[in-house]
Every structure is written in structure tokens, then in C-alpha cells.
Design a protein around this ligand. Structure first.
Ligand SMILES: Nc1ncnc2c1ncn2[C@@H]1O[C@H](COP(=O)(O)OP(=O)(O)OP(=O)(O)O)[C@@H](O)[C@H]1O
Ligand SMILES: [Mg+2]
Length: 240
């Protein structure tokens, strides 16, 4: 079983003013959706779990390891972290090389079945930097989760995907569930997140600075609106 454990964790960029503090949670195999307002710390939390940022206080453990103390190679074998902005992650001149990049660094074989679900062959010789928004999101996802790591941290994976992309992505999350992975997805669109049948949601409450973990089905549109998250069903009265 996989495990992400946060113990008295504080995250952010300024010790004197953490974005979130006193975080204590334990995630095991399953699908989690992380919700919260713009700037509330969703991406920062994923980056902290991925070891890209050190905790300001406390600890985070991923399968017993402190990710910020692991070599990048070892983190990449354990965790697939997908950037919110795909263009922040691209380093290679072609899509094919981009997809092979982490595999070359780590020696882990690419799961081409996963990659081909997301990226059509016609894109393989293209520069990742010239891709459309949705194409770039697909390549960014494929180049990371193609390594089939036990833990996936996916920052806004639904952004810019068309409905075919959403269906493909939903199928990939279902596959992840059968493999017993931990998948954490951030999104502003709970209506789309419902499609992956999340087990739990993690909701950042900006006022209290708390991260609430609860059964997905407990989350009402009114709760979402109160927390600055777009509700599943848009009603004019929500915009006041
Ligand atoms: N490298 C950095 N240095 C200083 N502050 C930063 C840095 N990166 C992010 N921030 C700030 O930290 C806060 C949280 O940012 P973060 O990207 O985690 O928010 P988010 O919840 O993912 O927002 P969004 O919904 O817009 O994606 C923001 O106020 C942001 O401006
Ligand atoms: Mg973000």
C-alpha cells in the first residue's frame, strides 16, 4: 500500500507567513481531489509532496521517505508530478524526446499504452513549445505518468482538455485505481472531477487555513461556493 503522510506540516514560501500550517493527514491508495481558491496553496502542497519545495515546518513522508531529501531520480520513480502549466515542465526539442526524458534519467520503462492514449503519433516530431494548450497538457501528462509511478500528483489535469481528452483522462484514472495508486488531482471544476469518482476531497478553507478531508459525496454546491470553488451546477444566484 502507498502512503502520503503529513505531520504538523506547514507549507509556503515565507516562514513567518505560511500558506497552510498544522496539516496532519494520511492518504492511502485512492483518488483524491484537492480544491481551493486561487492562491490558496494547492500547487504549493503538491510541490511540497513532490519534494520540489521543503516544508516550512513539520514533515511529509511518501512511502516512508522524505521526498525533499531524496535524489530527483528516486523521486521521479516514486512520484509522477505534472505541472499546472505544461510549458514549465518541457525541456526537450521534440515531443518524443520529452516523453522519453524521465525514462532516460531513471531507467524506468515507458508504458507506451498510457502514452498513446493521450498523445497521437502525429505530434511526436513536433516541438513541445509549439503545441496548442490542450496538446501541451496531453504531452505533459503523458511524459510524466507514462512512467506509471505508484503516486501521481496532477495539477489541474482537466485544464484545456476537450471532452475526448476528459474521457481518456478518466479512463487513465480508472486504470490507476485498479493498480492501487494514490492519485491527487487539483481542479476548479468539481463537475469534471466527479467523472473520476473520487474517494475523498481535500478542501482548503482560506479563512481557517485548514485542509478538510471528507467523503466526496458530502460536498454540496453551497460548500463549494463558500470556499470560492466553482459549483457543479452553475446557478445565476451564486454570482450574486
Ligand atoms: N515561488 C514562489 N515564491 C513566492 N510566492 C509564491 C511562489 N509560488 C507561489 N507563490 C504564492 O503562493 C500562493 C499559493 O500559490 P499556489 O500556486 O500554491 O496556489 P494555487 O492554490 O495552486 O492557486 P491556483 O488556483 O491559481 O492554481 C500564491 O499567493 C502565490 O502567489
Ligand atoms: Mg495551482
Amino acid at each position: 500500500m502507498n502512503e502520503i503522510l503529513a505531520s504538523d506540516l506547514a507549507i509556503g514560501y515565507d516562514e513567518n507567513s505560511p500558506l497552510l500550517k498544522n496539516l496532519n493527514f494520511r492518504l492511502t491508495d485512492g483518488v483524491y481531489v484537492l480544491l481551493g481558491a486561487n492562491g490558496s496553496g494547492k500547487s504549493t502542497l503538491l510541490k511540497t509532496i513532490a519534494g520540489l519545495i521543503s516544508p516550512l515546518h513539520g514533515e511529509v513522508y511518501v512511502n516512508g521517505f522524505k521526498p525533499h531529501f531524496l535524489r530527483r531520480k528516486d523521486v521521479a520513480r516514486l512520484i509522477g508530478y505534472v505541472w499546472q502549466n505544461p510549458f514549465h515542465g518541457f525541456v526537450e526539442p521534440t515531443v518524443e524526446r520529452e516523453i522519453l526524458f524521465i525514462s532516460k534519467q531513471t531507467g524506468v520503462e515507458v508504458n507506451w499504452k498510457l502514452v498513446h492514449k493521450l498523445v497521437p503519433l502525429e505530434l511526436f516530431e513536433r516541438s513541445p513549445f509549439t503545441l496548442s494548450g490542450g496538446e501541451a497538457k496531453r504531452v505533459s501528462l503523458a511524459s510524466v505518468i507514462g512512467l506509471d509511478q505508484p503516486i501521481w500528483l496532477l495539477d489541474e489535469p482537466f485544464n484545456e482538455l476537450d471532452f475526448t481528452g476528459v474521457k481518456v483522462f478518466t479512463g487513465i484514472v480508472n486504470y490507476a485505481r485498479t493498480k492501487g495508486k494514490i492519485v491527487v488531482i487539483t481542479t476548479h471544476y468539481p463537475g469534471l472531477a466527479d467523472l473520476v469518482k473520487p474517494d475523498y476531497y481535500l478542501l482548503i478553507n482560506r479563512q481557517s487555513g485548514l485542509l478538510v478531508m471528507d467523503k466526496w459525496s458530502n460536498l454540496s454546491d453551497e460548500d463549494l461556493v463558500k470556499n470560492e470553488v466553482i459549483p457543479r451546477v452553475l446557478r445565476p444566484e451564486f454570482t450574486g
